[in-house]
Design a protein around this ligand. Structure first.
Ligand SMILES: [Cu+2]
Length: 184
């Protein structure tokens, strides 16, 4: 049995009911309001992170991060590189460009930054998609191979800040963590 009889097949040409039209208008306006506020929150709520993004080959990014880590590797009193759980600690000069690489399943290297200085933090992946979530701050971006993201950041507190991957990336995903240390 047809829902509408054959004589009434052009059902979409029937006049729309007032209440239905009312809801369509309300949901359209609400959608418009939410759309505008995605942009507005960026300015009045400091919600969406400002970041720049550039194309880069994963191998080229890896070379850049390794050169950076070599140049500014932290050394102990006897001149040996400082590592924590096999990951080198890097002490870049205050206020410059710093680099982090995401890969299965680590963030590399560990950065040591100075409180109150502005840094441009570069982040990219060399294999799969990962997430960069800086705890406990509201800094959270997706990290893709082939794209270099740059976040401008000024640490306002000292201490250890954890990085966790929040895009599921396979077997070791739950162990994929990193660290940014902020010193006075
Ligand atoms: Cu992951």
């Amino acid at each position: 049995m047809a829902i509408t009889p054959p004589s009434n097949r052009l059902w979409w040409k029937e006049p729309i009911h007032g209440i239905e039209l009312g809801w369509i208008v309300i949901s359209f306006l609400w959608g418009l309001f939410m759309f505008i506020f995605m942009i507005a929150w960026h300015f009045i709520g400091e919600q969406n992170l400002s970041s720049e993004t550039y194309r880069i080959r994963p191998e080229a990014y890896q070379e850049k991060v390794e050169a950076f880590a070599d140049e500014f590797a932290a050394k102990d009193a006897s001149g040996n590189p400082v590592e924590e759980e096999g990951v080198p600690v890097v002490r870049p000069p205050a206020g410059g460009d710093v680099f982090i690489l995401a890969r299965l399943w680590e963030f590399w290297p560990i950065l040591e930054l100075k409180k109150g200085e502005s840094y441009r933090i570069h982040i990219s992946s060399v294999d799969w998609q990962h997430g960069f979530s800086l705890q406990p701050t509201n800094i959270n971006i997706s990290v893709h191979p082939g794209y270099e993201h740059v976040i401008t950041l000024t640490p306002t507190d000292s201490g250890d800040f954890g990085i966790i991957c929040n895009e599921f990336c396979g077997l070791g995903h739950h162990t994929m963590t990193g660290r940014i240390r902020v010193v006075d």
